[in-house]
Design a binder for this molecule. Structure first.
Ligand code: PMP
Length: 391
């Protein structure tokens, strides 16, 4: 009998039984360096004692209550996120897509509250905001949305790093009231929004009364070497979405609000059964404490630069290598041809990576990565890329 598991993933035939630090072991006892951290989730690596005991202790007390009562762990996590981001309000949910869905709902409600009942949101080409219907509409990829029309309307896609394109889009559609973008596009192939561009977008949003909504689902929570990637540009969004690394692997999402976005939602505007339950928030608090006390932001910045430079040096001048790019421990190596095969080849060699936009090898290792482990990534990956390009 075939498996009843829905066939929605092209999975590699590997199952992991346990992990420790940046390492995972499969059922045959083979060890893998996790260069992907579950697509940027396991920021503390695997079986981090502090995260494990926070989860165990909370689970032994109470896993879930309800958002119709006070949830002190949620209040505490909101306070920590507000402090780290300089923002004012936090609403919890369960995934990155859901966080962006809430951001989109907020932009629309903000429109309604200000006499604009058909708010339009500008998003960027190559963006990735999720797989719910509205986030698919926000995501410009036609591959992901193929077959799912009709999608919600009200989204305008413009090229990244092009301020004039935003101005022109808003001239053609005066009901624009928000911009949603990633500072560092992850699924889009590790493509950076330039810091000057981000500052100019911030200014434009201020001038026009638009919401600047930054999707930090992949780039946030220390991954680029700052708490949130927009902090490199020294700007603050009105809306920030988080998920992935925030609770180190326990499903969580958060929408963080400031300025004119704070106070838009009131009781009854949104809700979630699981969102921010005691267990996930205890995990989130442990993650933020460990990142801070173990100075893992600095580590991400330093070991990230070290890894990027080592890859640049090892791949320099190699025919077929377009560019090594990214920030902190969010790195991509663009090749001149589709290279999806490298995912299985790397796994055979004991290294977990993936490939995005067909041609970009992506690395999102745990933020605890040490230099010698970065050396191990380079020593494993570079020969594979060399052989692949020579074949
Ligand atoms: N936004 C960004 C920037 C992402 O990278 C992702 C997931 N890759 C999402 C949103 C969607 O998150 P989730 O899979 O948790 O719904």
């Amino acid at each position: 009998m075939s498996s009843p598991l829905a066939n929605i993933y092209a999975r590699l035939p590997i199952s992991f039984t346990h992990g420790e630090g940046v390492w995972l072991w499969d059922e045959h006892g083979r060890r893998y360096l996790d260069g992907l951290a579950g697509i940027g989730v396991s920021c503390l690596g695997h079986a981090h004692p502090r995260l494990v005991s926070a989860i165990a202790e909370q689970a032994a007390r109470v896993i879930h209550t309800s958002n119709i009562y006070e949830v002190p762990q949620q209040t505490a996590l909101a306070e920590r996120i507000a402090m780290l981001s300089g923002m004012q309000e936090v609403a919890f949910c369960n995934s990155g897509s859901e966080a962006n869905e809430i951001a989109i709902k907020l932009a629309r409600l903000y429109g309604h509250q200000n006499g604009n009942e058909h708010a339009h949101i500008i998003t960027l080409d190559s963006a990735w905001h999720g797989r719910t219907l509205a986030t698919l509409a926000a995501t410009s990829s036609t591959k992901a949305s193929k077959g799912f029309t009709p999608l919600p309307t009200g989204f305008i896609h413009v090229p990244q790093n092009d301020l004039q394109a935003i101005v022109d889009a808003a001239a053609a559609e005066p009901r624009v009231n928000a911009i949603l973008l990633e500072v560092l596009q992850g699924e889009g192939g590790i493509r950076e929004s330039h810091l000057d561009y981000l500052r100019a977008v911030r200014k434009l949003c201020d001038e026009r009364g638009w919401l600047l909504m930054i999707d930090e689902v992949q780039s946030g929570v220390g991954r680029t070497g700052k708490w949130f990637a927009h902090q490199w540009a020294e700007i603050r969004p009105d809306v920030m979405t988080l998920a992935k690394g925030l609770a180190g692997g326990v499903p969580i999402g958060a929408v963080v609000l400031a300025g004119k976005a704070a106070g838009v939602f009131g009781p009854g505007n949104h809700g979630s059964t699981f969102g921010g339950n005691p267990l996930v928030c205890a995990a989130g608090l442990a993650v933020l404490s460990a990142l801070e006390e173990e100075q893992l932001l600095d580590n991400a910045a330093q070991v990230g630069s070290y890894l990027k430079e080592a890859l640049e040096q090892a791949l320099a001048g190699m025919d077929g290598v377009v560019e090594v790019r990214g920030r902190g421990l969010m790195l991509g190596i663009e090749l001149d041809r589709p290279c999806g095969i490298l995912v299985a080849k790397a796994a055979e060699a004991g290294l977990l990576i993936n490939v995005t936009r067909d041609k970009v090898v992506r690395l999102l290792p745990p933020l605890i990565l040490k230099r010698e482990e970065a050396d191990h990534i380079v020593a494993t990956l570079v020969p594979l890329i060399k052989d692949f390009l020579a074949a």
